[in-house]
Design a protein around this ligand. Structure first.
Ligand code: MN
Length: 148
């Protein structure tokens, strides 16, 4: 499942993790601030032995009713969940990565085009949805839902 992830990287040159690791128990999430060619936030959900990943230019919304574009990117190694460091110049995603938020989540709904979950992070808390846009399948919206 990490073929796309591995094919983009030279692990002799980047400090990023290479292994695929299966984890049992609570599902975790992380948001990494990635100061690359353009600053963005990488939102990753631990699922089925990988981190499903989205790049969010504006960062995850923190107020109910707000939705931000989240571009799906390749699944990442579960070991990426605590990765911080500098990806060297010339390597894929060159720039600095630092953890912006982390925690656990409860999955409420899982469909090919829609996920609903509750985040239990340090900054991000409460109900969220990720909804795929119809016309551009790699583009999703991350929505902070109103508490019901
Ligand atoms: Mn990134």
């Amino acid at each position: 499942m990490l073929e796309a992830y591995r094919s983009k990287r030279n692990f002799a040159l980047t400090p990023e993790p290479v292994r695929e690791v299966r984890c049992i128990g609570e599902s975790r999430f992380v948001v990494q601030e990635h100061d690359a060619s353009h600053l963005h936030y990488d939102f990753r959900l631990e699922m089925d032995g990988v981190l499903r990943s989205w790049a969010i230019p504006k960062g995850p919304p923190q107020k109910p009713g707000i939705r931000h574009l989240a571009v799906q990117v390749e699944d990442h190694s579960v070991e990426y969940i605590d990765f911080e460091g500098t990806i060297p110049e010339g390597q894929y995603g060159a720039g600095t990565v630092r953890i912006w938020d982390y925690g656990t989540y409860n999955l409420e709904e899982l469909e090919p085009d829609k996920l609903k979950f509750i985040l239990h992070g340090m900054k991000l808390r409460g109900h969220y949805a990720l909804v795929r846009m119809e016309k551009r399948p790699q583009d999703w919206l991350l929505i902070k839902l109103k508490e019901s």
